[in-house]
Structure formats: C-alpha cells, structure tokens
Design a protein around this ligand. Structure first.
Ligand code: ADP
Ligand code: MG
Length: 314
C-alpha cells in the first residue's frame, strides 16, 4: 500500500494478536496492489474483458466500493486507474495528459461496465481497477476484527493517514487522534477524542506534483473531469465506526467539495454502513466540522471554525 503501518495493542494476547493483524494487512496489501503483477487486481487488470475469480476479501471490497461509488454519484470511482496512470500518480513520472487523451480514457472508467457476479468480476476490455482509495480502510477493519478475536480491548492502528481505534487507551481515557495541517503537513491542525472509531483523512498535500506554471495537481482525481480534484478543499477527515466507509468517503467528499459534501452528510447517512462525522479544511484555510464531532475537537492553531448542523440554519 506504499505506506507505513503501526499497530499498538494492550492485553494478555497482544503479541500474538499484533502478529496476526499485521499478517492479515500484509496479505491484503499483496492481493490489492495495482502495481504488483502477482496481485489479484493486476490479474483483473489484464483480463481484457474476460471474467476473473476474486478472493472473498477482494470481492467484498469491490462490492462495497461500487455501492459507495453509486451513492456518491461517481465521486468515488474504483475504475479510475487508466486516468491515474496517465497522470503518472502510480509511477511518479508525472505528466499532464492532453484533453484528447483524457477524453479517450474517460469511457474506460465507467463503473457501469463492471459486472460483479458473486465473487467473479468482469470489466469491459481496457478497463482497470484501483482500490487505493478504500484498501487501507478495509485492511484496517480486518485488523481490528482480528484484534477483537484475540480479546484485545485497547488498540490503535495507523495505516498511512488512516487511524483506527479499538476501545479506549489502556488507562480508560479516549484516544486522541491528531489531524494534519494541510498547509504545514509536519504539524497538527486539530485533534479529536475518540473511542472505537476510524479517523481517515484524504488531502491534497499527501501526493501531488507542481507543474511548470505553478499549478499543484493532487493524487485524487475528479472522475467527472478526469483531472485532479480542485473543488475548494485541502483535506477531508471522516470519523465513523467503519474504516472502509471512512476511507471511501474521505476520498469521495474531497472530490465533491464543501457544498456537496455537507449535503451528502445531511442527506445520505442512512444509506451508509454507519453514521459518520466529518472535518473539512478549505483551500482558503477555514475549518468546518459537523456537530457530532464539535465537542471532542481541539484546535491547535488560529483558524476560523464553522460547525455544520444537521438541519440547515435559516
Ligand atoms: P490516500 O491513499 O493518500 O490515503 P485516498 O484514500 O484518498 O488517499 O486514496 C487516493 C487514491 O485513490 C489515489 O492514490 C488513487 O489511487 C485513487 N483515486 C484517486 N482518485 C480517485 C477517485 N475519484 N475514486 C477512487 N479512487 C481514486
Ligand atoms: Mg480514501
């Protein structure tokens, strides 16, 4: 998954539990890698229109990803790979594709041309999957599930910006999860007190390149344009009980921009796997958070805060 993993657990079985959780995450990372030719995703991506059998995990992840894609009106799109590849985000050889090239690749990213039948997937010829937007969230959930099986009641897991907490700290107090300042990524902008929650951030500071004209292009693409998302947000943090949902939404809400994200939070909660709260940092340096997280939010530097209420204030 091109990142670091850190898991801490407390309890009698902690050593064995950590080992089992780590093994599960590494196995998933191998299955889901888009660049490793041995992976399941690579097999799907070279199937040229033929059906491919998936493992249970990959099929479950894909099913959830397709559901979230539909729910977010295509803001999350696991078939985006032909475009991310053209922009060089997978290889690091960044390039700005021509409008003609983007127009030619966009039809190859239409999720309507993905058929998932049980655990068999068929993509239209030329299409390719990239589960990068949801894989860490899913893997985190599996790791937490394993820790629970080992009777661990206190753990924290970090998978490259995705934090998952199990229970409380060993002393019974809440976990405190810091949220990166997108304008100074080595610093913290705010923190939240949580227990049994995933805290997942997508931001434009994580992976990006700066073109000759000074424009910054980030690794999250807007499927509607085929170009890096530039909808007024610098980072989106989603907090909820399920890592997968939070990971899917952090990417999708980043693509949507502030107004659509707020509307989604107000209107679509019931269609999501679990309720969620969100923290948005706008490109003009304002902080917004939903009301369910406001009481447990601590702001670290001077920045205006707006609390988003469930019902729109008139
Ligand atoms: P990170 O991996 O930095 O934590 P995300 O969870 O937001 O961030 O995932 C971003 C990754 O998802 C990109 O690197 C790319 O592989 C893929 N991706 C980019 N745009 C989209 C999109 N609109 N829908 C689905 N996947 C995307
Ligand atoms: Mg994500």
């Amino acid at each position: 998954m091109d990142t670091y993993m850190e898991i801490r657990a407390a309890g009698d079985n902690a050593q064995a539990a950590l080992y089992a959780a780590q093994t599960a995450v590494c196995t998933l990372a191998e299955q889901l890698s888009v660049t490793d030719p041995q992976s399941e995703i690579a097999a799907v991506n070279r199937a040229n229109g033929k059906p491919t059998a998936l493992s249970e995990d990959t099929a479950a992840l894909l099913r959830a990803g397709l559901h979230m894609g539909a729910l977010t009106d295509g803001a999350l799109n696991l078939a985006i790979y032909p475009l991310t590849r053209a922009w060089g985000f997978t290889t690091g050889s960044y390039a700005i594709p021509s409008n003609e090239m983007i127009a030619a690749l966009r039809p190859l990213t239409d999720p309507a041309n993905i058929t998932l039948d049980g655990s068999t997937v068929t993509l239209a010829d030329g299409m390719m999957l990239d589960t990068g937007a949801v894989a860490k969230g899913y893997a985190g959930d599996r790791a937490i599930e394993i820790l629970r099986k080992y009777d661990i009641s206190s753990a924290i897991l970090s998978l490259g910006g995705n934090i998952l907490t199990l229970g409380t700290k060993p002393d019974g107090s809440d976990w405190v999860v810091g949220i990166t300042d997108p304008f100074a990524p080595d610093r913290e902008l705010c923190s939240v007190h949580v227990r049994d929650r995933a805290v997942v951030t997508s931001g434009d500071y994580e992976r990006y390149f700066i073109a000759d004209d000074g424009t910054r292009y980030c690794h999250i693409l807007d499927p509607a344009t085929g170009a890096p998302a530039q909808n007024g947000l610098s980072s989106v943090t989603v907090i909820g009980a399920q890592g997968l949902l939070c990971d899917a939404l952090s990417t999708a809400l980043f693509v949507m921009g502030k107004d659509r994200a707020v509307r989604f939070w107000r209107e679509k909660q019931s269609e999501c796997a679990c309720p969620f709260e969100m923290i948005l940092v706008t490109s003009d340096d304002k902080l917004l958070c939903t009301e369910g997280i406001a009481e447990v939010l601590t702001i670290t530097r001077d920045i205006p805060l707006e609390v988003i209420r469930r019902a729109e204030e008139r």
